[in-house]
Design a protein. Structure first.
Length: 93
């Protein structure tokens, strides 16, 4: 029984680690960026691609953010410019 529990934990962690950058965003902001994440964020689908990229880079370097700055900084700290491009290609105007 212990081995099965460990297997589920390992599989769960590996699926989180293998999720693409966009999936991380969609889990709170919605598949099309249509949600107000945690009741505090902007609707990112209403933002331009340039604004989304600027926000992501700002969260990463600590120069951007409001109420959810700490959470978002942790979400984007390991993302690359290629990840930002993937996100903006799927969300934004």
């Amino acid at each position: 029984m212990k081995k099965i529990a460990v297997l589920f934990v390992v599989l769960g962690l590996s699926s989180v680690l293998m999720a693409d950058a966009y999936t991380k965003c969609a889990s709170c902001h919605g598949a099309a960026g249509e949600k107000v994440a945690m009741g505090k964020s902007k609707v990112i689908a209403d933002m331009s691609k340039a604004d989304i990229t600027a926000a992501l880079k700002g969260y990463k370097d600590g120069s951007y953010g409001g109420a959810m700055k700490g959470l978002m900084t942790a979400q984007v700290k390991d993302l690359s410019d290629a990840d930002f491009a993937e996100i903006t290609a799927k969300i934004g105007k």
